[in-house]
Design a binder for this molecule. Structure first.
Ligand code: CUA
Length: 336
């Protein structure tokens, strides 16, 4: 078989399994995610045994076909009938009941519990994640810090993730850290968010929510407590004042044009709420819900033609000249 023909299905299988990405539920990095992964392996093991048993019995029946009255038209109870009843009752009723009951007890009593939001006695830290078409708003109650698509948490600290929505149903899912939690209009759902090791954990909206559902990702950044505290303090501050002439021109364009009607930049006259808070946008690693990297080139491309980067998103195509785009990029890129 040529190598290319072999590689294509392999890549497909690996992509399905989520291998090599940051979104692999079978590479858990927290207590609840580990419980989910082991439950998954046990279920797979039980299913493989079950299929193996059925296949074995089928094979046995095929090998012994035509023997000992099976299939012959005889009067009275057929010799194989008692065995068939045992198979139906034992393997068809008792075994599935026992297996399903065991799975219910294990998942409901143990796994679901470890994934729940921690009790108030275990933590004081809460992060609010609000779903929007199509980005995540992230708030830290008790502080003015607001960000988008990047959830910073201190490592090895149980955090309550409060999930709500501004429009339709979304679902927050960071596979390496915990199960999914839906954001439902008019409801506040909570789950545990905790990471055992520092690092970036990619998450994804797991509920179809419209055209850009597939491009509604997030990054959980778990960092040492001191680094987290520094990040939170910096993000709670209002936007810094910019120094270059180009950035000043960009600021003016932002405040006089359409940008301020949709975006907030704390400490300025921009207080729009339709799009993400941009107070410290330059400190984020990605833009447009992890669709593009946050560098001046991608940012310029995004402002120039947002519908090309993410079709259907709610950012309008603005009639801007190249000079205006450059000025806006200089301003936004200075908002660290
Ligand atoms: Cu938000 Cu799918």
């Amino acid at each position: 078989m040529p190598r290319a023909r072999l590689v294509t299905p392999l890549v497909f299988v690996l992509a399905l399994a989520g291998c090599g990405t940051q979104q692999n539920a079978l590479a858990p990095e927290s207590h609840p995610a580990r419980d989910i992964a082991s439950l998954w392996w046990w279920m797979l093991g039980a299913a493989v045994l079950g299929v193996g048993l059925i296949a074995g019995l089928l094979l046995l029946a095929w090998i012994r076909r035509g023997r000992r009255g099976i299939g012959r038209d005889t009067l009275g109870p057929k010799p194989g009938e008692r065995a068939s009843t045992a198979v139906v009752l034992g393997l068809g009723v008792a075994m599935p009941l026992a297996l399903i009951a065991a799975l219910f007890v294990i998942s409901d009593m143990f796994v679901i519990r470890t994934t729940q939001a921690p009790a108030a006695t275990r933590t004081t830290m809460t992060v609010q994640v609000i779903g929007h078409q199509w980005y995540w708003e992230v708030r830290y109650p008790g502080t003015p810090a607001v960000t988008a698509d990047e959830i910073h948490i201190p490592v090895r600290t149980p955090v309550v993730l409060q999930a709500t929505t501004d429009d339709v149903i979304h679902s927050v899912w960071v596979p390496r850290l915990n199960r999914k939690i839906d954001t439902i209009p008019g409801q506040r759902n909570e789950i545990l968010l905790e990471a055992d090791a520092a690092g970036d954990y990619r998450g994804q909206c797991a509920e179809f929510c419209g055209l850009q559902h597939a491009h509604m990702a997030m990054i959980v950044v778990a960092e040492p407590r001191a680094a987290f505290r520094r990040w939170l303090a910096a993000n709670a501050k209002p936007a810094r004042t910019v120094s270059t002439a180009l950035a000043h021109r960009g600021e003016q364009l932002f405040m006089d044009g359409a940008c301020q009607s949709c975006h907030t930049i704390r400490g300025t006259s921009a207080t729009g709420t339709a799009g993400p808070d941009l107070t410290h946008v330059a400190s984020r690693a990605t833009l447009a819900a992890v669709t593009i990297r946050n560098d001046p080139r991608s940012l310029a491309e995004w402002i120039r033609d947002p519908q090309h980067v993410k079709p259907g998103n709610k950012m309008p195509d603005l009639p801007l000249t190249s000079a205006q785009v450059n000025a806006l990029v200089a301003y936004l890129d200075a908002l660290r």
